[in-house]
Design a protein around this ligand. Structure first.
Ligand SMILES: NC(=O)c1ccc[n+]([C@@H]2O[C@H](COP(=O)([O-])OP(=O)(O)OC[C@H]3O[C@@H](n4cnc5c(N)ncnc54)[C@H](OP(=O)(O)O)[C@@H]3O)[C@@H](O)[C@H]2O)c1
Length: 280
């Protein structure tokens, strides 16, 4: 199968590309600026992959994808991996910064999906892997819009999986916990100075914790990438797995959320039911 992966200059995307090629698959690794990661480009080419330019926030994204498919053939598995985070209290987050983040983390993935689904649907075969985050299970204060971008892609993925199941196209949501990648590099992850009002609050505590992940992130992106690739390549269960919590932190968050929701549903049963019409 031929894979196309966004955001391969560093981190999880690059490790997925390595794992894909290691599994004997074809791989189109993409990044917005190949000159920023010459070693990665060289390594992937040496392993038998190809490298293409793709900025998921660019106006030319759809055209660029058409040209990539023309040159390399149809895509069987697409991994929407490109993404980043901006931190800080929501109250003071510049809306242009928040919108830009959605342009990459959410709309970028939607545009890639829209460009590639018609061919998958016609061929009645394909897999769409959307890289979400353990943040979906436990959104931290200080990263509200990043969490929202991942919630948004989770919602789309869940509905899309049902839309495409008749065409044998699978959607898989991968939810890694904190991985040691360039994601937390202070040059990338912007943590604006905290307003005095938020000092000593959960935002300050969580912001410090997020910033420290540059050194302390517990999850290995290489192992995470290998699990994702194995999940795509193994025979599909019926129904296929939709969500893949990856790492103890993410799975722990999923378990905690399920317990909370079960408790809420039990406690609110009669209140919720009181809203329905009486049916005799
Ligand atoms: N690290 C974590 O703890 C963690 C946890 C859960 C989920 N995730 C998710 O995992 C994915 C990969 O992140 P990572 O940890 O591997 O971080 P990373 O090492 O910083 O990689 C992010 C990749 O996204 C690319 N990117 C950013 N904006 C782009 C754009 N407009 N077009 C194309 N590519 C773009 C970056 O390219 P440049 O080099 O050009 O910036 C880079 O290749 C992201 O979706 C992230 O939200 C990460």
């Amino acid at each position: 199968m031929q894979w196309l992966i966004t955001g391969c200059s560093t981190g999880l995307g690059l490790d997925i590309a390595r794992a894909v090629l290691g599994a004997g698959q074809k791989c189109i690794a993409t990044s917005r600026n190949s000159a920023s990661s010459p070693e990665a480009v060289q390594e992937i080419k040496k392993l038998g992959g190809v490298w293409a330019k793709l900025d998921v926030a660019s106006e030319s994204l759809e055209n660029d994808l058409v040209n990539i498919v023309k040159e390399h053939g149809p895509v069987d598995v697409v991994v929407n991996n490109a993404g980043y985070a901006d931190g800080g209290a929501l109250e003071s987050m510049d809306l242009s910064v928040a919108r830009k983040l959605f342009e990459v983390n959410f709309w970028g993935s939607i545009r890639v999906i829209q460009a590639l689904v018609p061919s998958m649907r016609e061929r009645k075969s394909g897999v769409i892997v959307n890289i979400s985050s353990g943040t979906y299970w436990s959104p931290p204060p200080g990263a509200a819009v990043y969490a929202a971008s991942k919630f948004a892609i989770e919602g789309v993925s869940e509905a899309l999986a049902m839309e495409l199941s008749s065409f044998n196209v699978r959607v898989l949501i991968a939810e890694p916990g904190a991985m040691k990648t360039a994601f937390y590099d202070p040059k990338k992850l912007k943590m604006p100075p905290l307003a005095d009002e938020y000092k000593g609050t959960a935002v300050e505590y969580a912001s410090k914790m997020i910033a420290s992940m540059d050194q302390t992130a517990p999850q290995d992106p290489k192992k995470t990438a290998e699990v994702i690739v194995r999940e795509v390549l193994k025979p599909c269960s019926d129904p296929p797995v939709l969500r893949l919590p990856l790492g103890k932190e993410s799975l722990g968050g999923a378990r905690k959320r399920v317990a909370e929701l079960t408790k809420t549903a039990d406690e609110l049963e009669s209140i919720a039911a009181a809203c329905d019409f009486e049916i005799n």
